[in-house]
Ligand binder design. Structure first.
Ligand SMILES: [Zn+2]
Length: 283
């Protein structure tokens, strides 16, 4: 069967790779129980109060709310913050990390997810680019400065009845105004990209080193759909520049640019488990 052959090929590619790029979109989190906000239906299933208000994800993920209605903005982002904090990354994260750690050239993660699940699963924070920022980091709404701070001690309590965050709301540690997550939103002119820029430089340097040392690179891309193409674009670009094989894990958007690459139409946990079992069987 095609799938079995593709899984074997993927295991083989991962065995022979000396450096591993992991790229991930929202689909990787589904097996941890996270919603993927696909379409209004999926979003409203996760947020019934917003269904009542008729607000879509695109409408809610707008920095305007922190000025117009900070309690609603923080109900939405506070709920997500609490959800991501309490979520346990599924076993696929650890199994993939085991593979990644064995690579002499190391690994790097590129993700559009703001949920911090890679760090939580034990991945090295200095080997991750979060291209849309992180919900676990904060900045000023205005912003009054270019400060970004880690927010693990900040708690947000939500009155679920009215879907409003309760006082005190997270505040800017510099001016005392309202703070917001350091996440790139829609129509967002005040997102502070500094933290992400530093991560991007690290990824660029790593790719350079890998290139100079002529290490064979493998790319494992997980749950990155066509809707937000940032992750897929990076995978394709690295595949071309480094002559690397792309292993695309995606139950829906699984087609690959050409036959050199490997398509795995599976969920994240199932695909990684299957690859791991083949790799262990071959050792
Ligand atoms: Zn401020």
């Amino acid at each position: 069967m095609m799938l079995k052959k593709n899984l074997k090929n993927a295991a083989n590619i991962l065995n022979n790779a000396h450096a591993l790029l992991i790229s991930a979109g929202a689909g990787i989190g589904i097996d941890s129980g996270l919603p993927d906000f696909r379409g209004n239906e999926g979003f409203w299933r996760a947020y019934p109060p917003l269904a009542k208000l008729g607000k879509s994800f695109v409408e809610m993920a707008n920095p305007e709310w922190f000025c117009r209605n900070p309690k609603l903005a923080w109900a939405f982002y506070g709920h997500r913050l609490n959800l991501y904090r309490s979520t346990v990354p599924h076993t696929g994260y650890a199994q993939l990390l085991d593979i990644a750690r064995q690579k002499p050239g190391g690994y790097f993660v590129f993700t559009s997810n703001v949920d911090g699940q890679f760090q939580k699963a034990g991945y090295d924070d200095s080997r991750i680019e979060e291209c849309h920022g992180s919900i676990h980091h904060f900045q000023c709404v205005q912003p009054c400065s270019d400060d970004i701070w880690e927010g693990s001690e900040i708690t947000v309590t939500i009155d679920e009845e009215v879907f409003e965050a309760m006082e005190p709301l997270p505040l800017c540690r510099n001016c005392g105004g309202i703070a917001r997550p350091n996440i790139l939103m829609f129509g967002d002119w005040s997102w502070n990209a500094q933290r992400t820029d530093i991560q991007r430089d690290r990824l660029r340097r790593w790719l350079q080193e890998v290139s100079v040392q002529r290490l064979p690179v493998a790319i494992v891309e997980i749950g990155a759909g066509n809707a937000v193409a940032t992750v897929r674009n990076l995978s394709a670009q690295v595949a071309t520049n480094h002559n690397a094989t792309l292993i695309r894990i995606n139950p829906r958007d699984y087609s690959v640019p050409d036959e050199r690459h490997i398509s795995l139409p599976l969920g994240a946990a199932e695909a990684i488990k299957a690859i791991t079992e083949i790799m262990e069987g071959e050792l």
